[in-house]
Design a protein around this ligand. Structure first.
Ligand code: GDG
Length: 796
């Protein structure tokens, strides 16, 4: 992994050092985002935010917000970061239902089996789950394809010959690691979750996930720029694969409008779907991908309030003494070719050359944070930059004045914030930057508004911070002129500018950014373009259902019991659940007097019998393998379970190796439950189990069904849908209501004739005609049928 000399770990978006996270991602509300939510999608945006957390959220990024370092003593140091992204998502990640999946920052070669397990257990306390990567994988996937091919290309920089020569190997590693992330997601989450994938290292993942789970809510956010179509298509060999990877998502987010437009251009150029520019959507054959801009913001409060922190005040006092009234020009960046550091130093050199009056009165403080230190281009950049800084200091420095104060390290937050407060000018002129958070942090840290921001027009931040002194990094004279303008700007003017930009930063912080993205993801996945009803059952729909029910001669109600009980188990105590089941039982009892009722479940016959055994309804257990017809006591079985002992031997062995996991033996299926096991053991053995069992499953014609921390093995072919088809074959109904919630129910919805009223319970893409969000709504729907007093009722 990219550990540099002083032990800092370079990340794709930042750097961690000595227990401090250097990188701070963050976010915002922007006019376009607002349009997207409240104009084109109307009120639904607001509704979705309220019900946002009903579905679990899986966040996936190359790096976890918790890092692991190994001390020389061999002790593992595990520390969470306080980065912007982690802060913005903290309201989601505190909930144990939600998970963050990523690389923990240490190559797996450096770790024993025992250490990996320990790391995994420790990370789980933060709801974080590691993807372990070897040094070779990190070299080729991270340093190679991600940072030596994609990073420069997306920042309009040249790819080195060396990287170009190795790109086939790098590409293989990129795909392989994306697939590894997929495996971890599949092992650790169920189909009822939303997955939010971050950044350029994981661009293949949305499509991989889509093919494994067609109905998943998948979001992707790119933290770096998206290049213009001609650059992308001409220079990127597997560009179309990467775009196809992104199109696996329901929502693809960028920082700013121009990246979004570039992306749509590329999609159009590859002919990968029909691009609807007005609604910023891509219509594919079977679904739609929403594209939107979500300019990332910062944890505004943290920066704004820092000036009151005594530790920050102490640092500021020391810095004031150090710089003795000289005007301070500040740069803060990772050492990265995209940041234009040599160009900045050169502009400062020209400023001193052309304006002797500034000599001795100003100082350039360059905080340069080590990053991706194993990559040759980064090593060379360091040599060039330090040579130039040395040259400036030799050329203009005096006994009492060093023109450039260069620091190659990461500072603690308090020191950095004191620097922000001290600096008269922030000289933020990257060649290209997705957003650039330093620009926002600088302004937010200045309660007295006494600073000037000089900003590149090629940083995403320039789209929001138009009151900065905007310069063009491609024209060095604008950098010099910008500095002069900033240094001479009258206080009244810089205060006015800083004030207006600070308001913008405050109103669109990292929390808004996260919430906006997630609510837009829900809207995109539940959209009518994906065939899904977007809102819960309206009064009008409920009334229509009731009247259709009343006028029907023969009705069928087909209810998936799991869809009403599973959400309750997550949020309610046993007593309330019993009450709910008792009420459902009594409603079904009344209903079954005049209506055919079928209750299906993935659970066992005994569970169904215990809850509904007293009813005169059809009971279907274990996903259709067992059926008990109304009025009968005996169950019909559709498969022999001869295969079970053969598979059970293996499952038991793995269950023993995975403490906390257990095997449930159902009459006709086996389920390995691993939600209470250590994630490390579970993941490791899940792969092993699949490897061992798959050949046997082929012989016995069994399916391996991956659930939420479960693996079920059951006979192929018999499912809820088979029961449905048989029922329709046996009787003719003129009113059918089907209530379900999971992937299997989707095929069930499709199996019924179009006239059937199919109802999806909960969020997510669905082929159902109607939607309700909560189990209680199912009860109230059934209640309507009973009070309707159907007079034509014919019981089968
Ligand atoms: C990528 C995109 C996009 C820096 N030095 C120290 C320190 N930092 C923190 C800053 C800031 C972060 O690192 C750098 O963020 P940037 O946005 O400026 O740049 P990238 O690392 O390139 O981030 C970028 C971002 O992702 C978010 O989407 O804006 O365009 O390239 O938060 O404060 N923090 C501490 N000590 C330092 O010495 N504590």
């Amino acid at each position: 992994m990219p550990l540099d000399r002083n032990g800092s770990a370079a990340t794709e978006n930042g750097v961690y050092q000595n227990g401090h996270t250097v990188h701070e991602n963050g976010h915002t509300t922007h006019s376009n985002t607002q349009d997207f939510r409240f104009h084109s999608l109307g009120e639904r945006g607001i509704k979705s935010v309220g019900s946002l957390l009903e579905q679990s959220l899986i966040i996936v990024s190359n790096r976890l917000p918790v890092s692991v370092k190994k001390a020389e003593s061999g002790k593992l140091d595990i520390y969470p970061s306080v980065g912007g992204l982690a802060t913005g998502l903290s309201s989601y990640t505190k909930n144990a239902e939600n998970k963050w999946i990523g690389w923990p920052g240490i190559p797996s070669n450096d770790l024993s089996e025992e250490e990996r397990r320990h790391i995994s257990d420790e990370l789980q306390k933060y709801n974080c789950y590691p993807v372990f990567l070897s040094q070779d994988q990190l070299n080729d996937f991270y340093n190679g394809y991600s940072n030596s091919i994609l990073w420069p290309l997306f920042h309009d920089l040249p790819v080195t010959q060396e990287a170009d020569d190795l790109r086939d190997r790098y590409w293989n590693a990129y795909q392989q690691v994306n697939h590894l992330f997929l495996e971890v997601i599949l092992a650790l989450s169920g189909t009822d979750s939303s997955v939010w994938v971050h950044d350029y290292q994981l661009m293949m993942l949305p499509a991989m996930l889509r093919s494994a789970r067609p109905l998943e809510n998948i979001g992707f956010f790119l933290h770096i720029p998206f290049p213009a179509a001609e650059n992308f298509a001409t220079n990127l060999k597997w560009g179309s694969d990467l775009v196809a990877g992104l199109l696996g998502a329901d929502l693809v987010g960028f920082h700013v409008q121009s990246y979004l437009t570039n992306f749509l251009d590329v999609v159009e150029q590859y002919g990968m779907g029909s691009v609807d520019r007005e609604n910023t959507r891509i219509n594919l054959v079977d679904r739609m991908v929403q594209v939107a801009d979500f300019p990332i913001g910062i944890d505004y409060k943290r920066y704004f309030q820092a000036s009151k922190d005594p530790a920050v005040q102490h640092e500021l006092f020391k810095l004031r003494n150090k710089y003795q009234g000289r005007k301070v020009i500040l740069t803060v960046d990772r050492l990265d070719p995209s940041k234009g550091l040599v160009e900045r130093a050169a502009a400062y050199q020209t400023l001193l050359k052309d304006n002797p009056s500034f000599r001795g009165k100003i100082v350039l403080v360059m905080l340069v944070v080590p990053s991706r230190t194993e990559i040759e281009a980064y090593k060379n950049l360091k040599i060039r930059l330090e040579a130039l800084v040395g040259e400036i200091n030799r050329e203009y420095g005096t006994k009492n004045w060093i023109p450039v104060h260069y620091m190659y390290k990461s500072l603690p937050f308090e020191r950095l914030n004191a620097l922000y407060q001290l600096a008269d000018v922030a000289f933020i002129v990257p060649l290209r930057d997705g957003m650039n958070l330093v620009a926002k942090e600088y302004l937010a840290s200045k309660p007295n508004k006494d600073g000037v921001l000089v900003l590149s027009k090629t940083a995403g931040a320039a789209e929001e911070l138009s009151d900065a002194v905007i310069v063009d990094p491609a024209r060095s004279e604008t950098l010099v002129n910008g500095l002069v303008k900033a240094l001479r700007m009258p206080p009244q003017e810089f205060r006015r500018r800083a004030d207006s930009m600070r308001k913008q930063i405050e109103s669109s912080d990292i929390h808004n950014w996260a919430t906006n993205f997630i609510s837009a993801l829900n809207l995109a996945s539940d959209s009518p373009e994906n065939g899904s009803p977007t809102v819960g059952l309206t009064k009008r729909q409920a009334a229509k259902l009731r009247s259709r029910f009343e006028s029907a001669k023969s009705q069928l109600v087909f209810l998936d019991y799991d869809c009403v009980i599973s959400p309750l188990i997550q949020i309610q105590d046993a007593e309330s659940i019993d009450k709910f089941v008792a009420e459902l039982n009594s409603l079904l009892k009344e209903l079954s007097v005049s209506t055919d009722v079928v209750v299906v479940t993935g659970q066992t016959q005994s569970t169904l019998e215990e809850k509904f055994g007293n009813l005169d309804v059809t009971l279907v257990a274990e996903h259709g393998i067992f059926e008990r017809l109304p009025g009968k006591k005996k169950w019909r079985s559709f498969r022999s379970a001869d295969w079970q002992p053969k598979i059970l031997v293996h499952l038991n062995k793995f269950a023993e190796l995975t403490p906390g996991s257990e095997v449930e033996t159902k009459d006709c299926s086996l389920v390995w439950h691993y939600e209470n096991a250590s994630a490390y053991d579970a993941q490791k053995h899940l792969l092993e189990i699949k490897r061992v069992i798959t050949p046997l499953a082929n012989v016995w014609k069994l399916d391996l069904i991956q659930g939420n921390m479960t693996l079920e093995i059951r006979p192929k072919g018999r499912c809820k849908g088979s029961t449905a088809k048989e029922l329709v074959g046996r009787n003719s109904y003129d009113f059918v209501l089907v209530v379900g919630d999971d992937q299997e129910d989707e095929s069930l919805f499709a199996d019924w004739p179009d006239e059937a009223y199919t109802v999806k319970v909960g969020h997510g893409r669905t082929g159902a005609r109607l939607r309700v969000f909560r189990p209680e709504e199912v009860l109230s729907l059934l209640r309507k049928f009973i009070s309707s007093g159907n007079i034509f009722a014919v019981s089968a």
